[in-house]
Write a protein that binds this ligand. Structure first.
Ligand code: HEM
Length: 462
């Protein structure tokens, strides 16, 4: 592969009009600068340094062994999101493909595309509304066992436990904490493997990730086969969770997903929702602890909802719709600390962007920070101001924590619901303050407070 990299370097000379920038060393390229800015807590620096240096909204670099162009600004986002499957196609680093066996191994590329189109069916608002009460039940149980009667807690591991328990319940009807725990350990290994250096030798995180992924897929398949039987025999309900829904939904030609496809999709949802939504919940706690006037407004909104309920009544769709201010706060948290920094695409053909040639096969990168932290779109970008999301909200293609276009995060609405249910249950119970005032944020590659955000809890007086 070293040969190929050198070959790539040379062949690019035949393109006279590449974007400005440098490709760096063979193989490593600028990967180190790219990641180390994140480790230091300011991932946007890599991008803003280069926009300034080259006076260009597009620059070339080399990431993960691949020549790449980074497209910035609303125009860059719009271009990548609206040209999916036309000029560009989603691309994942090799490490992801190896750990996360995609449907490409169980079905053709075309098949996989068709199945990707089915996914939104299970994750759209109408399909998720009926699960809000279950989310509230899981959240109440989570706060009772993990937070209540404790003086101090570590937020990030708890948030992960919340989102993972919820996913196990809503996707698979796994409710028994010991069964969930059996899944959760290999899951941590899988998630760590995806972001590790892809060296497959015994003992490496990558190797452990692959093993964990195989274990989880085998377990998933067993659950799916059992469910198929139970549904046929009337022992399971068609609406009890997303798995039942998937098994019983077919496309317009009557073609249904096979068991392997479903295992892939569920694994994809578990991975996609694992560190992202829990990271968002963690940062919400952080900002609410730091900004008492924001906390007060969220508290007011949530208590109005809480007071309107009869004792024991669970949250429902109507309640969620009243959580407007809380969602603006969550959006502002994701603007300042986007859980995913961006995403890769691959050029399907040579094309021109902003007057520069992008060769076929080059990787492209969009980055949430290139707009989220840009004062042109968000004046005083470091200021926390949920009012940015009132009225029409941010201009198109500037607020992109979930990406956009056909590859936009299919878990967006699910994430919104689980985050709001979390906020409701959190502020209803406690105020809290940070135990480490200047706790560092590391981005590796998702942002997290370095020590997991320890906070002191102050339960509201009854
Ligand atoms: C706050 C939480 C979340 C954020 C910020 C987020 C963000 C994103 C982003 C930026 C992408 C990539 C889009 C691109 O490459 O252009 C993505 C993809 C994806 N997300 Fe999320 N996500 C979140 C939660 C979730 C949840 C809860 C689930 C599952 C229930 C999920 C499932 C997925 C999947 C399966 C993909 C891959 C889609 C594909 O390959 O087409 N995400 N997400």
């Amino acid at each position: 592969s070293l040969f190929l990299v050198f070959y790539n370097h040379r062949s690019q000379n035949s393109y006279p009009n590449l974007p400005p920038g440098k490709l760096g060393l063979p193989y490593v390229g600028e990967s180190f600068e790219f990641f180390s800015n994140g480790w230091k807590g300011h991932p946007e620096k890599f991008i803003f340094d280069r926009i300034a240096k080259y006076s260009s909204q597009v620059f070339k670099t080399n990431l993960l062994g691949e020549p790449a162009a980074v497209l910035c600004g609303a125009a860059g986002n719009k271009f990548l999101f609206s040209n999916e499957n036309k000029l560009v196609v989603a691309w994942w680093p090799d490490s992801v493909n190896k750990i996360f066996p995609s449907s490409l191994q169980t079905s053709s590329k075309e098949e996989a595309k068709k199945m990707r189109k089915l996914l939104p069916l299970f994750m759209k608002p109408e399909a998720l509304q009926r699960y809000i009460g279950i989310m509230d039940t899981v959240a109440q149980r989570h706060f009772a066992s993990g937070w209540e009667n404790k003086e101090q807690v570590l937020v990030f591991p708890l948030a992960k436990n919340y989102t993972f328990s919820l996913a196990c319940r809503l996707f698979l009807s796994l409710d028994d904490p010991s069964h969930v725990a059996r899944f959760s350990d290999p899951f941590q290994l899988l998630a760590a493997g995806i972001i590790s250096i892809p060296i497959d030798l015994p003992g490496t995180p990558f190797h452990r990730g692959i093993k964990a992924s195989n274990f989880i897929r085998t377990e998933l398949l067993a659950i799916i086969r059992q469910r198929n039987k139970d549904l046929a025999e009337g022992k399971a309900s068609p609406t009890q969770d997303i798995l039942s829904h998937m098994l019983l939904t077919c496309d317009e030609n009557g073609k249904c997903m096979n068991e392997l496809d479903i295992a892939d999709k569920i694994l994809g949802l578990l991975v996609g929702g694992h560190d992202t939504a829990s990271g968002a919940c963690t940062f919400i706690v952080k900002y609410l602890a730091e900004l008492p006037h924001i906390y007060d407004e969220v508290y007011k909104e949530q208590m109005e909802i809480a007071k309107s309920k009869t004792p024991g009544e669970l949250l429902n769709w109507g309640d969620i719709q009243k959580m407007k201010y809380s969602w603006n706060v969550a959006c502002e948290v994701m603007r300042i600390s986007p859980p995913l920094q961006g995403g890769f695409r691959e050029a399907l053909n040579d094309f021109i962007f902003n007057g520069f040639t992008i060769p076929k096969g080059w990787k492209l990168y969009w980055s949430a920070n290139s707009t989220h932290k840009n004062p042109v779109y968000f004046p005083e970008p470091e200021k926390f101001d949920p009012a940015r999301f009132e009225g029409n909200g941010p201009a198109p293609y500037t607020f992109v924590p979930f990406g956009g276009g056909p590859r936009m995060c299919p878990g967006k609405e699910y994430a919104r619901l689980e985050i709001l249910v979390f906020m409701h249950n959190l502020v209803k119970r406690f105020r809290f303050d940070k135990l480490i005032q200047d706790e560092k944020i590391v981005v590796n590659p998702l942002p997290i407070p370095e020590k997991g955000l320890p906070v002191r809890l102050h339960p509201h007086k009854a």
